[in-house]
Design a binder for this molecule. Structure first.
Ligand code: AVJ
Length: 340
């Protein structure tokens, strides 16, 4: 990394704050201990997103097979004005904003409505936040951009602490890309409940969710022919090697991503090609991994309307409006906090 101040760090319209409650490294240690020492092994997907992982995810979005980004971008492009109109928002707060590329449709509509638009972005990757910030400041010359670097929980805590409704409201919360699909039911409901508890009565949540569709379409999206998703999945092993002083051999694992119909989700797997021994320095451990053994690195749920409504009820959120792609392959839901 260069010592030069970046374009964004010298703009009075930009800030970046690290909001992690515990440091990310301590989180990884705890999750590694909980999930990786014994089979069945698994890790939460948030560790995919170091700088290289974030770039690879961006490249996944450009593969012809990965339809969710295009369907969502198309919905946002067509309906951004209606979404902003329905929400009445003056501020946009986005969880897991990544490159904020699709978000530009919402930001353009926001800028057209208010004189001092405010965008609060959140991601676990600081580099991607700064890059997006620089691009957005250029395009939107009245916009203020604040980046919160940390996981969803940390960003929501920060938001609850600092931002008064008076200054910022009404706010549009955005949780796009079907990132909610990374969570099992109980966790997903808890996260939505957490978002709802951070919202004021006049705030709205825009939730983008991928829907159930034919298996070949789903499986192709997570097994692209160019191998970008495989590289993204395998990059997790490099993250572990760097962060934990481990000696995972990426060549020793194969990417697989089956659609598990019973659970209505894609599972991302790293399958061991052989019996192998992996040494880890922190936490000090020796893993004996059998041939064919699976490390589950991500779940990506595909939602039915029933599953969505169950989650929303559990979280205390109500429908305000909805926009869907043809054949309901992808949906945007505008939600309001329900009375308790
Ligand atoms: C960003 C979590 C929504 O689950 O589709 C893409 C990540 N993983 N290809 C998804 C992902 C493999 C993506 N989310």
């Amino acid at each position: 990394m260069s010592a030069e101040p970046s374009a964004v760090s010298i703009s009075p319209r930009y800030s970046r704050e690290v909001v992690e409650e515990r440091d990310a490294h301590a989180d990884l240690l705890a999750d590694f201990r909980a999930g990786m020492l014994e089979p069945p092994r698994s890790l939460p997907p948030k560790y995919f997103y170091d700088a290289r992982g974030s770039q690879l995810f961006d490249a996944i979005c450009d593969t012809p097979e990965y339809y969710p980004t295009r369907l969502e971008a198309d919905l946002l492009e067509r309906h951004a004005e209606a979404i902003l109109e329905a929400s009445g928002a003056r501020t946009l707060f986005e969880l897991g904003s990544g490159t904020s590329r699709k978000t530009e449709y919402l930001l353009a509509a926001l800028e057209a409505r208010v004189s001092a638009p405010h965008y609060v972005a959140n991601d676990v990757c600081g580099e991607i936040l700064d890059e997006a910030g620089a691009r957005l400041l250029q395009r939107f010359d009245q916009m203020r951009v604040d980046s919160l670097c940390g996981d969803y929980a940390a960003a929501l805590t920060h938001l609850a602490d600092v931002s008064g409704a008076q200054a910022d409201g009404p706010r549009l919360f955005a949780f796009l890309g079907s990132s909610l699909g990374n969570f099992e039911d109980a966790e997903a409901a808890a996260l939505l409940r957490r978002i709802r508890d951070t919202m004021n009565p006049e705030d709205r949540l825009l939730l983008g969710l991928d829907r159930v569709k034919p298996r070949p379409v789903l499986e192709a999206a997570y097994n692209d022919a160019a191998g970008v998703t495989a590289a993204f999945n395998l990059n997790l092993l490099s993250v572990l090697n760097t962060e934990l002083g481990a000696d995972f051999d990426p060549e020793g694992f194969e990417h697989r991503a089956p659609f598990v119909e019973d659970l209505s989700r894609i599972e991302m797997h790293l399958v061991s090609r052989r019996q192998q021994t992996v040494r880890v320095s922190e936490p000090e451990a020796v893993l004996e991994i059998a041939e064919g053994e699976v490390i589950r690195t991500e779940i990506s749920r595909k939602f039915s309307l029933e599953a969505i409504d169950r989650l929303l009820t559990a979280a205390g959120l109500e429908h305000a409006a909805q926009w869907s792609a043809p054949e309901e392959w992808y949906s945007l839901f505008l939600l309001r906090p329900g009375a308790d």
